[in-house]
Ligand binder design. Sequence first.
Ligand SMILES: O=P(O)(O)OC[C@@]1(O)O[C@H](CO)[C@@H](O)[C@@H]1O
Length: 395
Amino acid sequence: MPSTPSAPVLLGNEPGSFPHSVLAERHPAVIRQVREAFPYGPEQHRALDALLDSCTKGVIEELPADAHDRDRWQAWGLGQYAGRSWFDVPWLWSESYFYRRLLEAVGYFAPGPWQGIDPFRPFKLAELDSPETDEELAALDALESEPPPRRAAALLHGSLWGNRADLGFRLSAAGAQAARATQPAPGLVADDSETLWSLLPPSRAGTLCLVADNAGRELVPDLLLVAHLLAHGSAERAVLHVKPYPYYVSDATTADVVDAVRRLTAAPGAAAGYGRRLWSALTDGRLTVRAHPFSCSPLPYAAMPGDLREEFGAATLTVFKGDLNYRRLVGDHLWPPTTPFADVTDHFPGPVAALRTLKSDVITGLDASTEAALDATEGGHWRVGGVHALIQVRP
Ligand SMILES: O=P(O)(O)OC[C@@]1(O)O[C@H](CO)[C@@H](O)[C@@H]1O
């Protein structure tokens, strides 16, 4: 990336900054929420107390000697960061490690009765079963009479704005306020959708990779978009990348994909048809689910391993959903907002797109006039408020 100016890596150690608020306020709230959602035993409560203490006042600790993924975390930088404050290491690293330690505290990894029990599942299911989801699915009926390109555009926007359905974000006051302030639908700060569609013509054979973000009300529209693209020949195959374990509260795992597809098949109207098509695409291999360990890595995608690089390199297009995936795609730096998206993604091995609502300080690819207008009307809040969105593509 020779022409890209360097920019500072985001850390969480500046009081008053968004990253600091996530470490100091959102993480304790996540611990509280999880503790209240399950009848955990004394050992788990003690482990949650210890994590709360460590992540707010203590230092990053090594994983237990017998942890199944100790070597992996060493390779991802644990040796370098152990002993340092959670606030002084790269913010992305600190957040990812928090979720890893939270799962350990509730017994998610250890053989025993709590192994594999997703501590965020009650919140994800509540959202999937909500009346809002019913309404969104009912809206599909009206789309049926639209010509396929208009339907595709509507489904793309459904998937994009579905990214507001992020349960971690709603844990912070700013997030809740932003969700209220978003009526009617706010504008896009960058829109490369024409380029995106040019990479997915109806006759094109090829593989679409979609790197999913949140379960529930984001994953459902993601799946609807994938079903449409498969049905209309824009992709011969699709690969849905999900998280291998629960992460950032509402990130989608394989279990969440199953819940979402079952929700669709059981719905009335057109939604059930989408569900049946997805079910058969999963069954015959046109749609596959991948849960690569790197999906929960604390590192940017520039550092992805060879197998993933090969896979993305062979895809017609890879779509990254959501704020965190955007941070990992472009690098978690405080870039000047006009830094070209093509420059910060030139490490990526194939055509790549980002669909994201803006919920953190990282931003690239803006016009100078757009940046100036946003700053003038909203101060810095537009970066983190979840009110704006972008569609960016590097062919
Ligand atoms: O990736 P998502 O679900 O769109 O958003 C993730 C998020 O809520 O969590 C991070 C802070 O904890 C930020 O990247 C962003 O605010």
